[in-house]
Design a protein around this ligand. Structure first.
Ligand SMILES: [Cu+2]
Length: 450
């Protein structure tokens, strides 16, 4: 064979697999700015211009990478997690057709990254055989590409303001694919609190439990557990068929993992991975089948802004029969190479109150305690067990009232609010060291409860 022909054959062989017509798009958010030691939450629109979001209507086959960069050079390395800690990225394409059942995060949700994905790489979660067959339809009713939006929450550990972009690498095609629905199965009662809940720290384990009823016959192609706040394990079982579908461990970093060595500690270190599963055959589920999830947390110490929910790629399959046999190809992907194998885990990394409260102690008199821009007033407060304490938000920036450490954990919405009130009634005496999760280095209040 002549070399030129050989080269052509080689190219054809290389390009021939089922990935034909699959493109890898590299997309960038607009620039986002963050001050040091601040939880920066930003909601940005991504235009369907081929640079921020796909320009052509088509199907999202998977996310290869979701990363923070400070340059648009194609080879720019992601910013290290010990400098720019990523709490979450959540991507939405709300204007698209056939959004499916959706779940707690809504039917516009298309994908995300949590703290349990320190590398920002998702290759294993979107395997080639899945991409060749399934995709998330990304088209508007009038046949254009929809606008995307991106919710980012990051924490800047550089000592200076930082400007960054979110770089997203997406496998994409304009060829037809079977529709896959990204589904979030959690306790949707927590949605008003950004899906978070408090683990109070009053001993034993704490379980957040919820059920979800399957709307139509289909198959679940895998599952990713999102779980933190003393996370031990999260399960998903079929109540109707009396069988377990997934049992996801929470993996913690070894002592030298950046999550454990970052200083100052601005929030409790989360798992470096949560159990993530894939099945090419898919787990059969049928209309009316009830699934139950259980997120199990250690309750020996307090954990605020804890979460537990599943993200499930769900496809329609009318041929599924009730409680059909489970496939034999369910397997766990993305088990970290190194993790802390100590069990039971010791959640002893107390979050410090980073600013010492000052001034005279004042007794709580029943009037709401004001929370303003970068202040609690007074900074030192006494109260009695059983007394309902109310804080009132009066700032122009979002803030939270959150226990950094103390006898029991509680927190107002971890994303922060600018208006309204939050109340907590202590049932246990002790010293509650409070902080604002958004401004942990500049806001503090201590409440001594007797
Ligand atoms: Cu604040």
């Amino acid at each position: 064979m002549r070399p030129a022909l050989l080269a052509v054959v080689a190219v054809l062989l290389y390009a021939a697999p089922a990935s034909a017509a699959e493109q890898l798009l590299t997309l960038y958010s607009p620039a986002i700015q963050s001050l040091p030691y601040v939880h920066r939450s930003e909601f940005v629109t991504l235009k369907p211009d081929g640079r921020q979001a796909p320009a052509q209507p088509g199907s999202i086959l998977g996310f290869q990478e979701m990363a923070l960069v400070d340059s648009k050079r194609p080879d720019a390395k992601p910013l290290p997690v010990d400098k720019m800690m990523i709490h979450h990225f959540l991507y939405y394409a709300n204007g698209r057709v056939d959004r499916g059942p959706g779940g707690c995060l809504g039917d516009g949700f298309i994908g995300g990254r949590g703290e349990e994905h320190p590398s920002g790489r998702f290759d294993a979660m979107w395997p080639p055989e899945q991409r060749a067959r399934y995709g998330i339809r990304n088209a508007t009713p009038d046949g254009r590409a929809p606008e995307w939006s991106l919710m980012t929450m990051v924490m800047n550990h550089y000592k200076k303001p930082k400007r960054f972009f979110v770089r997203t690498k997406v496998w994409y095609t304009t060829e037809p694919r079977e529709q896959v629905y990204p589904l979030t199965v959690g306790n949707c009662a927590h949605i008003g609190n950004g899906m978070a809940y408090d683990v109070p720290g009053d001993g034993g384990t704490f379980v957040d439990r919820s059920t979800w009823t399957v709307p139509f016959n289909g198959r679940i192609l895998g599952g990713g557990s999102h779980h933190h706040g003393g996370a031990l394990r999260q399960t998903l079982r079929s109540v109707t068929c009396g069988r377990q579908l997934f049992d996801a461990k929470a993996y913690y970093g070894a002592p030298d993992h950046p999550y454990n060595t970052i200083r100052p500690i601005l929030h409790e270190p989360g798992p470096i991975a949560n159990g993530t599963f894939r099945s090419a055959a898919g787990i059969p589920v049928s209309a009316g089948e009830v699934l139950e999830r259980e997120a199990v947390h250690s309750n020996e110490e307090l954990h605020v802004a804890a979460m537990g929910f599943w993200v499930l790629p769900f496809v329609r399959d009318d041929s599924v029969t009730p409680c059909a046999p489970l496939p034999d190809d369910v397997h766990e992907v993305t088990v970290p190479e190194r993790y802390d194998t100590a069990a039971p885990f010791v959640f002893d990394r107390l979050v410090p109150q980073l600013l010492a409260p000052r001034g005279a102690w004042k007794a709580f008199d029943g009037k709401p305690i004001p929370v303003g821009d970068q202040w609690f007033r007074p900074q030192r407060l006494t109260a009695k067990v059983g007394e309902r304490i109310t804080w009132e938000f009066r700032g122009s920036e979002p803030h939270s009232v959150t226990v950094a450490n103390g006898p029991r954990g509680f927190s107002s919405n971890y994303l922060g609010i600018t208006r309204g009130r939050y109340s907590f009634t202590p049932t246990v005496a002790g010293t509650y060291k409070l902080t604002c999760l958004i401004h942990p280095t500049t806001m503090s209040q201590t409440v001594r409860v007797r």
